[in-house]
Structure formats: C-alpha cells, structure tokens
Design a protein around this ligand. Structure first.
Ligand code: ATP
Ligand code: MG
Length: 226
C-alpha cells in the first residue's frame, strides 16, 4: 500500500488541469482509474463541477467507461451475468471508438456517449452528449489495464489519475452497495469476494502506469508516494 503525504486540494488539481487543457488544440481527455468503489464517480463529478464553476460555463463533462458494460441479455447468453464488471464483460472496441470520436470531433459538434443506469444495471445509449465541452473526464476500472484491447485506452488519454483506497474500505462499500441493490448479505459477500476484490487486485497492478496517484481520506485527496 502506498504512503500518503501532500494534500491535493480539488481547487489546485482543477487549476492545473485547466492550464494543460487550455494548451490542447482539441478536446482534452482526463482519465480517472481505480478499483470498484474507490470513489471515481464521486471525484469525477467534483472535478467537473469545479471546472464548470471556474469557467462559468459547461466546459467539462463525464464520459463513464461504465456506459460500455455489455447489456445483461448478452451476458446471460455467455453465462457471464455474475461476472459482470470483469474486463471481458465490456465492449472495449466500442469504448476505444468512442474515445477517438471524443478526441477528434471538432468542439461544437455533438458526440453522444452512453451512461450506466445503476438502478437497472444497464447502459443508457447517448445518456450524455458532448458538444461545446472542451474537457472530457472518462472514469472507470480498466483505463490502465495493459491486456488485450484494453491496452489501447491509455494512448487515447491525455493524462490519467489513479484513485487508491484501502481494500477494507472497498469491501465495506461494495457489500453495502450490493445489499442496497437487492442482494442478500450472503450473495453480496460472494459477489465481493469472488468478483469485485479479484478485479480490485487486477486494477491495483495498473497503478504504476498513472500520471498521478491520489488517496482519499476524510473527504480530502492526497498525492500518494510509492
Ligand atoms: N471523497 C469521499 N468521501 C467519502 N465517501 C466517498 C468519497 N468518494 C466516494 N465515497 C463513497 O464511496 C462509495 C463509492 O463511490 P463511487 O460510486 O464514486 O465509487 P466508484 O469508484 O465510482 O465505484 P464503481 O467503480 O463501482 O463505479 C459511495 O458510497 C460514495 O459515497
Ligand atoms: Mg462509478
């Protein structure tokens, strides 16, 4: 586990990001990677909101990797429903295509992006549409995975942050989430131990490929040192 030291206030993370994005001729793409339940979606929303507040306009939007979950009907045919969330249960080729469109489409032209509806555990096509947004924040588990088609993701991102969190914190968060989602306590435990935590271990092995490793503690973020 990494040691934490310097606090990285959201304001300063965003100020530096804004400077790098301003120097980019096309839409700038920030990746936020990390294990399930690390707080990637929460951090992405905070960053987006802070960017938009500072700019006084909608200059940033989130492009979730979760929008590329294969639909349940497809996972059922391959007996993969209980393994949902593992690398092979996403449409990686579609994610790569969408990232290329997001980067290369001139700002002002629409780029639809699928989101993920946790209530029904299914993607929503064109859940969000990019147009004038100059910064896209793509967040998800496998952005830094160097395996198969996933290894093509890193080159499409301008910078990647890895959000780290203790394994016990992840475990408790995910157990709570699965129970809230309708699983029994036993079924939640099985899902966490047989699928989520092995995924988290796989993802932990990708941390060194990040430009910045952040740890969250008590509502604040810290830069992690090796
Ligand atoms: N900075 C924070 N302080 C306290 N709790 C947090 C923080 N960030 C996230 N959490 C909590 O952790 C849980 C998981 O957060 P979130 O959904 O953002 O994680 P995630 O990394 O996007 O998960 P997943 O990979 O499953 O989509 C939520 O219950 C959220 O409230
Ligand atoms: Mg999330």
């Amino acid at each position: 586990m990494t040691r934490t030291s310097v606090e990285m206030p959201l304001r300063s993370l965003v100020a530096h990001l804004q400077i790098r994005a301003t120097g980019c001729a096309r839409r700038y793409v920030l990746g936020i990677a990390g294990p399930p339940g690390a707080g990637k979606s929460t951090l992405s929303k905070s960053i987006r909101n802070e960017l938009n507040n500072r700019a006084g306009r909608m200059c940033a939007e989130i492009a979730p990797m979760d929008g590329f979950h294969l639909p349940n009907a497809v996972l059922r045919t391959t007996n993969d429903l209980e393994r949902k969330g593992e690398p092979h249960t996403f449409d990686v080729a579609a994610y790569l295509d969408a990232l290329r469109r997001l980067r290369d489409t001139p700002i002002g032209e629409p780029v639809p992006w699928p989101t993920f509806d946790r209530a029904i555990e299914e993607p929503t096509p064109a859940g969000v549409v990019f147009d004038r947004h100059e910064i896209a924040i793509t967040e998800g588990n496998y952005l830094l995975l160097d395996e198969g088609a996933w290894s093509g993701v890193r080159d499409l991102l301008d910078e990647v942050w890895y959000l780290d969190v203790e394994r016990e914190v992840i475990e408790q968060r995910l157990l709570r989430r699965h129970i809230r989602g309708g699983r029994s306590a036993d079924a939640a435990k099985i899902k966490v131990h047989d699928s989520d935590l092995p995924n988290a271990d796989l993802i932990a092995g990708t941390r060194d490929r990040a430009d910045l490793v952040l740890r969250q503690r008590g509502g604040r973020y810290y830069a992690a040192e090796g």
